[in-house]
Ligand binder design. Structure first.
Ligand code: F6R
Length: 615
């Protein structure tokens, strides 16, 4: 969620950086800061302020300054509350190295202890500051800035995008992309270079850009950029001319919005999670719940509603609320709920899930719930949307705008938001202790990286999709928490590839669907290491006994199922409750690649609209 910008050129850096940060304001932030490096030897000048960019501007007092190189940042707090001190940039003890950062240094506590023991003094509570101190040590050992960052990079666990400057290298900066915590776009101007976390801040300068890939680093100054990989190999990055056409511009390096949005999930998840709470100490904000928050402790039952993909997210929310808050919960399709005179009242909490916040059936169902006096919370990705105006409280997802008609990043972000809401309910009701909350926040902190690792296997999904692209029908099976994920996998497949697909609870298979199985009717089974794994093994065997083939989604290291199935895609091991989020990634990619291979219009599938505002 953090915004990153950097500039090296001939113009005064401060106004350039402030302008670029404003172009990133839509990402949301709680503080902003810049660091500029004066070529006349006056050294680093760092200014940072909690709150809006206007606070930073006021602190800078309208001065443009001499410096023509600098970096800027907008922060969403993860480690340490929003404050001037915790705002980026962060500087090392001797003031030599300065860093801005997007992502989480998962092993920051160990690194911090090691650095403190070695004599470093920390000025903030952030994980980012560890990077500045690590860089200082490397620079002291004689490394240049790029080599220093290259050697620090393997020490940082988790996904990061980061930019650094050093006083000893005026006019230059280095950046690294490690995993999928956000992009680094490099823009080529005329004797000036700019970099930013996304195109919005680069395009006002230049249409000539390069995108840093995972595990790549760049060093740039006003005359250009050079690239290496983390293992030190120099690389050439293709330059791309972004057309003025704003739609193509927004697609960036991707052929389709859907693929871009699938790939953005680590960032969408981390932005959503850290806008709702912090890791250290484990706290939940849930600020937009307003007064509804006080009633989380007393509601008697929960009813979750949504449509399509958001209904599948709601089904997972139901499981989370039961498991984490111990409150009876049910899910219903909003278009059914609104007409069935549901038995609800003031003791019921109705949670509506709608990324757009404008879906007519959801809004009508909410009107029914309001008329019956139920408390309402909505999960929404669109600030100020209609659902947020009807509900008593909102939990916003921070997935950014989703343009592909098939919902991907909004789905996983909604599931993560429901998880945090369930934690909030569990805490309010005394079902969860503070220690348990910490444990769950640690699990959530590792989730974006697990998703990023899964995304690296996109080529495997592309290959596997070849086997399905000619199928007339596909069965998706899952049990427990994998059932809603199977439903969602089938919905994605049918809506963008037009292959008929059904998602079933695997236990239901023998009660009818198994009659369909033959050599031309493949099955995709979510067979991860959840409590019901043994049962899904027998479902796989039953499909195969009828001549059907099975692609299994399995947990890394599960050789047994991988060997049993006809083919397998592995996902990293994560706590069971979070497994459906990770398991959904290969299912999204399979349907994307099957659709591309069949020549379908991925972003605008026939007959579908992104927001369904009519019945
Ligand atoms: C499927 C999809 C739809 C939406 C549904 C609800 O990929 O996007 O099924 O999930 O139309 O939309 P929202 O979440 O905006 O209420």
């Amino acid at each position: 969620m953090c915004g990153i910008v950097g500039y090296a050129g001939a113009r005064p850096a401060i106004p350039v950086l402030l302008g670029a940060l404003k172009d990133l304001e839509y990402r949301g932030y709680d503080s902003a800061g810049i660091a500029v490096l004066d070529p006349t030897g006056a050294g680093l000048r760092i200014t940072k302020r909690q709150g809006k960019i206007v606070n930073l501007e006021t602190a800078l007092d309208g001065t443009a300054g001499q410096a023509t190189t600098g970096i800027g940042h907008t922060r969403w707090a993860t480690h340490g509350k929003p404050s001037d001190q915790n705002a980026h940039p962060h500087v090392s003890c001797n003031g030599e190295a300065v860093v801005i950062h997007n992502g989480i240094v998962e092993n920051y506590a160990e690194l911090r202890a090691e650095l403190v023991a070695a004599g470093h003094t920390f000025r903030s509570e952030t994980d980012t500051e560890t990077i500045a101190h690590l860089l200082e040590d490397r620079l002291k050992d004689g490394d240049g800035l790029l080599e220093a960052l290259r050697r620090v990079a393997p020490r940082l666990e988790g996904s990061q995008a980061l930019v650094a400057m050093a006083e000893s290298e005026p006019g230059a900066m280095v950046a690294a992309r490690l995993g999928n915590a956000g992009g680094v776009v490099i823009g080529y101007g005329n004797q000036e270079m700019i970099l930013a976390s996304d195109l919005a801040a680069v395009l006002p300068f230049t249409q000539e850009v390069a995108f840093l890939a995972d595990q790549q680093l760049v060093r740039l100054d006003r005359s250009g950029a050079s690239f290496i990989t983390v293992d030190g190999t120099p690389v050439e990055l293709p330059r791309k001319r972004i057309p003025i056409d704003p739609v193509s511009a927004l697609k960036g390096e991707y052929q389709h919005f859907m693929l871009k949005e699938v790939m953005e999930q680590p960032e969408a998840l981390s932005d959503t999670i850290w806008s709702l709470g912090t890791l250290d100490p484990a706290e939940l904000y849930l600020d937009d719940l307003g007064d509804a928050r006080d009633q989380l402790a007393t509601v008697e039952r929960v009813m979750l509603i949504g449509m399509g993909t958001s209904l599948h997210a709601a089904m997972l929310g139901q499981r989370y609320i039961e498991a984490l808050a111990g409150v009876p919960a049910e899910t219903d399709n909003a278009s059914e709920f609104r007409y069935r005179d549901p038995v609800i009242g003031p003791g019921t909490l109705v949670i509506s899930v709608s990324q757009s916040g404008e879906t007519v059936d959801v809004l009508e169902a909410m009107n029914v719930a309001r008329a019956k006096g139920a408390l309402q919370i909505t999960i929404c990705n669109t600030e100020g949307a209609q659902t947020t105006r009807v509900a008593d409280g909102t939990v916003y997802t921070r997935a950014g705008l989703e343009r592909g008609v098939a919902s991907t990043k909004c789905f996983t972000a909604s599931v993560a938001a429901l998880y945090v809401l369930a934690l909030g309910m569990g805490l309010a009701r005394g079902k969860l202790s503070r220690e348990e909350l910490q444990h769950h926040m640690n699990d959530l902190a590792r989730l974006p990286e697990a998703v990023a690792r899964t995304l690296r296997d996109a080529p495997v999904c592309e290959r596997e999709a070849q086997r399905f692209k000619t199928a007339g029908h596909i069965l998706f099976l899952g049990r427990g928490l994998a059932f809603p994920a199977a439903m969602e996998g089938a919905l994605k497949m049918k809506e963008i590839s037009y292959i008929h697909a059904e998602g079933y609870a695997a236990g239901e298979m023998k009660h009818g669907p198994i009659a369909l199985i033959d050599a031309d009717f493949p099955t995709i089974a979510i067979a991860t290491r959840h409590a019901l794994r043994a049962k899904i093994v027998s479902n796989i065997e039953q499909v195969q006994a009828r001549g059907g083939t099975v692609l299994a989604i399995v947990t890394e290291g599960d050789g047994q199922i991988a060997a049993l199935a006809d083919s397998a895609i592995t996902i990293p091991e994560v706590p069971e409750l979070l497994e459906p989020i990770v398991a959904s990634i290969p299912l999204q990619l399979l349907s994307y690649y099957a659709a591309v291979q069949r020549g379908c219009d991925v972003d605008q599938p026939r007959n579908l609209a992104k927001t369904v505002t009519v019945e």
